[in-house]
Design a binder for this molecule. Sequence first.
Ligand SMILES: [Zn+2]
Length: 138
Amino acid sequence: MSGRPLPIPDEQSQPFWTASAKHVLTLPRCSNCQKFSFPPDIVCPQCHTLEPAFEFQPVASGGKVRTWTVIRQSFLSGFETPFVLVDVELDAQAGLRMIGQLLDGPSAPLKVGDRVEVAFEDLAPGTSVPGFKLVKSS
Ligand SMILES: [Zn+2]
């Protein structure tokens, strides 16, 4: 247990957290246009339907770093600072972005366009949170 605040799933986000506990990244897909939108909204931002009926579906876990920020002061307890948040464009769909903690640590060499893969932090039994790890180039 890290002492970090744990996610509190609601009706809409429950499938995301259930899959995360199994270390599977799922994202909401619009039932009208079949495009992913994250986070899900009342209206699909892709096709503008008022009834997107989003369903969480597994997606490929790779992506590339768009930008990042170093958090030096946390306003929530349980976060060890400094840590890095990366803004990642996922391979699953052009423009599909997700923000998460870079699990390689604050001193990892980082540049725009670096390849990352989703990795999960196990915060408590049955509760895992997606973050990212750099893909080592060979
Ligand atoms: Zn749509």
